[in-house]
Design a protein around this ligand. Structure first.
Ligand code: NAP
Ligand code: ZN
Ligand code: ZN
Length: 374
C-alpha cells in the first residue's frame, strides 16, 4: 500500500519540484534486504524558515539498520537512512534568525511537528502526534523524508541544532540520536543525580555515551553486557566503575539490589527480569532499545519492590540543544570509526554483529559521490 502511495507521491513531487526542487543524492535501501545503493532524489527549495546545509558527517544508528530492513513496520522504499547529521549551512530562508551561511549545524531524529499541540508547546516534539521523522515519515511537501546518508539536507530552522565551536563534527554527530536518546530519559526519570548508582545495559552506540553522560554527572556506573571482552575498555577507557556479564548468573546474583536505575539500550530480545533484580526498592528500569520482539515482564517482582519500567524517545529540540551544549562543555563525544560512503553496507553487517567501537560515522563530505549515471 505504501509503495503505491509512494509512487504516486514521487510523481507529484517530481512535478511539484519542477525548477525549484534541488537534486540530491545519497544511499538508499530499496527493499527489505536493507542493502543500500546510490540514489538520486529531490529535496524542496529553501523556504522562508529553512536552513539548507551540506552534510559532512552522518552516524549509523542501529535504528537505521532496522528501518532499512523494514523491521520498524513502515517501510517506504527507497529509504535514505541517517538521523545523526552534521554539516555546514549553505543557504538560509529570508525569515531565518538563528543561522547564517557557513555555520555548523546538526539535525537529529525529527524534522517537523505541528508546533501547536500540548507536546509541541512543552518542547516535546518527538511526542507530537504529527511529528515528522528525519526519515520514514511523509514530509510537509507530501514526499517521503530522507535522512543524512545524502549530500545535503533542508530543514525548518526550529529543527536545526547550533553546533558548538569546540565539538568535533565526526565524534559529535552520534550525539544527535544516541546522545539525545539516553540524555533525555536520564533527565526525565531522575537518573542523573550525583552519587546515585546507574546500570547501563548494552555497550553499543547508545550505551557508551550513556556511560559518559553518567560519569559527567558524578554517578557510579555499572555496565551490564553480554560481551565479557568489553570489560577492560568499559572500566579503563569509558570510566565505568563496575562491569557485569549479564549471562553470568553468579555475577548478577552478587549485584542484587545495588542499582538506583538502569538504562537498557539492547537492540534485541533479552531477559529483563534479571535486570529488575539488580534494582533497589523504587528502582527504575528505563528501556530505550527497540527489540523487534516483545519483552517479557513478570509484574510480581515489580510490585514487591515498587519498581517501575519506563521508556523514552529521543529528546525534543530544546533539550537536544542543551545536551549538545553539555557535551561540548564536558568534552563528551562518541567513540567513532569514520568510514567512506561506499563502506556503508559492510558497516551495517558489522553493526549487526556488534563489531564496532562504538559508532560508525560516514564521512559524507569527502566520500559521497554521485553515481556515474546521475
Ligand atoms: P548498537 O550500537 O548495536 O548497541 C546495542 C548493544 O546491545 C550491543 O552493543 C550489545 O551490547 C547489546 N546487544 C545486542 N544484541 C544483544 C542480544 N541479543 N542480547 C543482549 N544484548 C545485545 O545499537 P544502538 O545504536 O546503541 O541502538 C540500541 C537500540 O536502541 C536499538 O534497538 C535502536 O533501534 C534503539 N534506539 C532507540 C532510540 C529511542 O529513541 N528510544 C533511539 C536510538 C536507538 P553488549 O555487547 O554490551 O551486550
Ligand atoms: Zn538513532
Ligand atoms: Zn505538535
Amino acid at each position: 500500500m505504501y509503495t503505491i502511495e509512494y509512487k504516486e507521491k514521487k510523481k507529484e513531487v517530481a512535478e511539484m519540484a519542477g525548477e525549484d526542487g534541488v537534486k540530491t543524492f545519497g544511499w538508499a535501501a530499496r527493499d527489505t534486504s536493507g542493502i543500500l545503493s546510490p540514489f538520486e532524489f529531490t529535496r524542496r527549495a529553501t523556504g522562508a524558515k529553512d536552513v539548507r546545509f551540506k552534510v559532512l558527517f552522518c552516524g549509523i544508528c542501529h535504528t537505521d539498520l532496522g528501518a532499512a530492513r523494514g523491521d520498524l513496520g513502515l517501510p517506504i522504499y527507497p529509504l535514505v537512512p541517517g538521523h545523526e547529521i552534521v554539516g555546514i549551512v549553505t543557504e538560509i530562508g529570508k525569515q531565518v534568525t538563528r543561522f547564517k551561511v557557513g555555520d555548523k549545524v546538526g539535525v537529529g531524529c525529527f524534522v517537523g511537528s505541528c508546533r501547536s499541540c500540548e507536546q509541541c508547546s512543552n518542547d516535546l516534539e518527538p511526542y507530537c502526534p504529527k511529528n515528522i521523522m528525519t526519515y520514514l515519515s511523509i514530509g510537509e511537501d507530501g514526499a517521503p523524508t530522507h535522512g543524512g546518508y545524502s549530500n545535503e539536507m533542508v530543514v525548518d530552522e526550529h529543527f536545526a541544532i547550533r553546533w558548538p565551536e569546540n565539538l568535533p563534527l565526526d565524534g559529535g554527530a552520534p550525539l544527535l540520536c544516541a546522545g539525545s536518546s539516553v540524555y533525555s530519559p536520564m533527565m526525565y526519570y531522575g537518573l542523573n543525580k550525583p552519587g546515585s548508582h546507574l546500570g547501563v545495559v548494552g555497550l553499543g552506540g547508545l550505551g557508551h555515551v550513556a556511560v559518559k553522560f553518567a560519569k559527567a554527572w558524578g554517578l557510579t556506573v555499572t555496565v551490564i553486557s553480554t560481551s565479557a571482552r568489553k570489560e577492560e575498555e568499559a572500566i579503563n577507557h569509558l570510566g565505568a566503575d563496575k562491569f557485569l556479564v549479564s549471562t553470568d548468573p553468579q555475577q548478577m546474583q552478587e549485584a542484587t539490589g545495588t542499582l538506583d536505575g538502569i538504562i537498557d539500550t539492547v537492540s534485541a530480545f533479552h531477559p529483563v527480569m534479571p535486570l529488575f533484580g539488580l534494582l533497589k526498592t523504587h528502582g527504575k528500569l528505563v528501556v530505550v532499545g527497540a527489540p523487534n520482539k516483545p519483552l517479557e515482564v513478570d509484574i510480581l517482582p515489580l510490585i514487591i519492590g515498587r519498581k517501575m519500567m519506563g521508556s523514552s524517545a529521543a529528546a525534543g529540540i530544546k533539550e537536544t540543544q542543551e545536551m549538545i551544549d553539555f557535551a561540548a562543555k564536558h568534552n563528551i563525544t562518541a567513540d567513532v570509526e569514520v568510514i567512506p560512503a561506499n563502506y556503508v553496507n559492510k558497516a551495517m553487517e558489522r553493526l549487526e554483529k556488534g563489531d564496532v567501537r562504538y559508532r560508525f560515522v560516514i564521512d559524507i563530505g569527502n566520500t559521497l559521490v554521485a553515481a556515474p549515471s546521475t
